[in-house]
Ligand binder design. Structure first.
Ligand SMILES: Cc1cc2nc3c(=O)[nH]c(=O)nc-3n(C[C@H](O)[C@H](O)[C@H](O)COP(=O)(O)OP(=O)(O)OC[C@H]3O[C@@H](n4cnc5c(N)ncnc54)[C@H](O)[C@@H]3O)c2cc1C
Length: 502
């Protein structure tokens, strides 16, 4: 006797979106979350009454008729979200060390081209070729366009390397650097990151860029409410420890407290390598385990979350990317002396007076090896324990260096900061549950693209995977992955039709 139709391990966006889709289609779902808060990267936290996002700084594809808008409309949450559109003339502003100019990325393809032509007047051909390539690639991904289609449609574009393609567009290095400057959006690596990753992400933001007012946890909140209204269950403080199979199917999952959950189907929203560690089954071949475990994850980050004094720091309705490293692709490979080579800064308006900002989140790459000595300490967003005075000193030293860099462009910065809080790769590891604090999970690879595509199916007939490690990371990518996973149990064509006509 099964308690549920579907047990979902993890309440990140992937788990919640699967839960919302399947419960809307009559499945009795149960979502198990290890943390006190649902949402994974959607979680927000508050310091000095100021709300910070952990992993949703801006979202694309949310204008009427666009892909994410349609899925969220189908799930009944679109009209509930409190969103603010970023500046039409500039959703991302790009700056470089030793270059007083700042470059603007505008929303809408023609607007994007015209905006950059002001700084690069002779580069119309390169800009048009770039935009054409983004759209050409996106057309090849059927699901991105909410239609049925085969894998073979996209095969021809999977091997294009992002840095190589962008660099080939023009001999004007500043232009090609501008076009790739927000590659922290996907933790881009030269010679590895495929152009399709760049295209799917950038296209969504060029089409429309939005901020979640008061944080992205609202996406999780409304999806969870939908699950509950559809008769589903969401249980927090339930860390799954074992996924136990007998022969070709999973029988139950067991939590660290020893509680067992049975179901007809199981979906894991947890990183595939971690899922495999929990899975007790002879049906999974060692070669599959080895392949999944050998895939490299994207880099982690250090994030300074600063609470600002009221009425002091002007609000900028765009994101800010700054590079001091020699190449915009180069700041992964930092040394203690060259860190931070770049940063991305996300700005939130004061709720009652949007002329001013109330919070800044400043992010720079950081390898988990930097915090190796504290790896045996654990923390969650809602259950903070100290990792010790030396860890606090480490965070402070890094944060001050990052603030020094930001201050080069914003000299008033330190005077405006009321207080700041620092997240390291260990914070991301503990909030999200990846072993290395990776921001976006498995890194895609243009040199061997098929190896980094993970199927939602496993060798077990009733165990599926979902989340950012499948197709793509990000709010859009993970929502699309949830469609693919849910389609394993639903009529995909009918589902897409209902989404398109929602
Ligand atoms: C710093 C940062 C900034 C980002 N910025 C953006 C952005 O601006 N825009 C954007 O679109 N995307 C952004 N992203 C990416 C985006 O947030 C993620 O791709 C997406 O939210 C991941 O969703 P997920 O469901 O795959 O996984 P997760 O959010 O990681 O969820 C996994 C869930 O599983 C739970 N879990 C893990 N192990 C267990 C277990 N054993 N038992 C039970 N539960 C378990 C975790 O607690 C978590 O709740 C950012 C990510 C980061 C880290």
């Amino acid at each position: 006797m099964h308690n549920y139709d579907v047990v979902i391990i993890g309440s990140g966006l992937g788990g919640l979106a699967c839960g919302a889709i399947l419960s809307k289609n009559g499945y009795k779902v149960c979502v198990l979350e290890k943390n006190k808060q649902i949402g994974g990267c959607l979680q927000t936290f508050s310091r000095n009454k100021t709300v910070f996002d952990s992993g949703v700084h801006y979202v694309g594809g949310l204008a009427p008729g666009q892909n994410l808008y349609q899925v969220f409309k189908y799930l009944g949450i679109m009209d509930k979200l409190d969103l603010k559109r970023l500046d039409m003339d500039c959703f991302d502003r790009i700056a470089f060390h030793n270059d007083p100019k700042e470059y603007k990325m505008a929303q809408g393809y023609e607007h994007f081209i015209q905006g950059l032509l002001q700084d690069f007047p002779g580069e119309g051909k390169a800009l048009r070729e770039y935009c054409h390539m983004l759209r050409h690639i996106c057309d090849k991904f059927p699901l991105y366009n909410l239609r049925m289609g085969g894998f073979e449609e996209k095969e021809s574009v999977l091997g294009i390397d992002a840095a190589e393609f962008i660099n080939s567009l023009s001999s004007n290095r500043r232009l090609t650097e501008v076009l790739a400057a927000n590659n922290a959006l996907y933790a881009g690596v030269e010679g590895k990151t495929p152009m399709y990753v760049h295209a799917l992400v950038l296209n969504s933001y060029i089409e429309s860029s939005w901020k979640c007012v008061n944080g992205g946890s609202q996406i999780g909140k409304w999806l969870a409410r939908g699950i509950l209204e559809n008769g589903g269950t969401i249980l927090k403080h339930q860390q799954v420890k074992r996924i136990v199979a007998d022969g070709p199917a999973v029988q139950y999952v067991e939590t660290t407290a020893g509680k067992r959950f049975t179901a007809k189907h199981f979906i894991s929203n947890v990183h595939p390598a971690v899922t495999l560690d929990m899975l007790e089954s002879d049906a999974i071949r060692q070669a599959y385990r080895t392949r999944i475990k050998s895939l490299q994850n994207s880099n982690s980050a250090l994030m300074v979350n600063a609470v600002l004094k009221p009425g002091m720091f002007p609000h900028m309705n765009y994101n800010y990317y700054y590079h001091s490293a020699d190449s915009v692709w180069g700041s992964h490979d930092y040394t203690p002396d060259t860190w931070p080579g770049s940063y991305a800064m996300f700005i939130s308006p004061e709720p009652k007076d949007h002329r001013f900002a109330n919070a800044l989140s400043i992010m720079s790459y950081m390898h988990i090896s930097e915090v190796e000595q504290w790896k045996d300490t654990f923390n969650t967003v809602s259950n903070e324990t100290s990792r010790g005075a030396d860890y606090e000193a480490f965070k402070r030293e890094k944060a001050e260096r990052l603030l020094d860099m930001v201050e080069q462009r914003f000299p008033v910065l330190r005077q405006c900061i009321h207080s700041y809080y620092v997240a390291t790769p260990l914070s991301f590891r503990d909030y999200i549950g990846t072993a290395d604090g990776s921001m976006y999970g498995i890194m895609k690879d243009s040199t061997d693209p098929l190896r980094t595509f993970i199927s939602p199916r496993t060798k077990l007939s009733n165990l599926y995977l979902t989340g950012q490690n499948l197709n793509m990371h990000g709010i859009l990518g993970v929502t699309m992955s949830a469609l693919v996973t849910s389609a394993e149990l639903l009529d995909f064509e009918k589902l897409l039709h209902e989404i398109k006509t929602a």
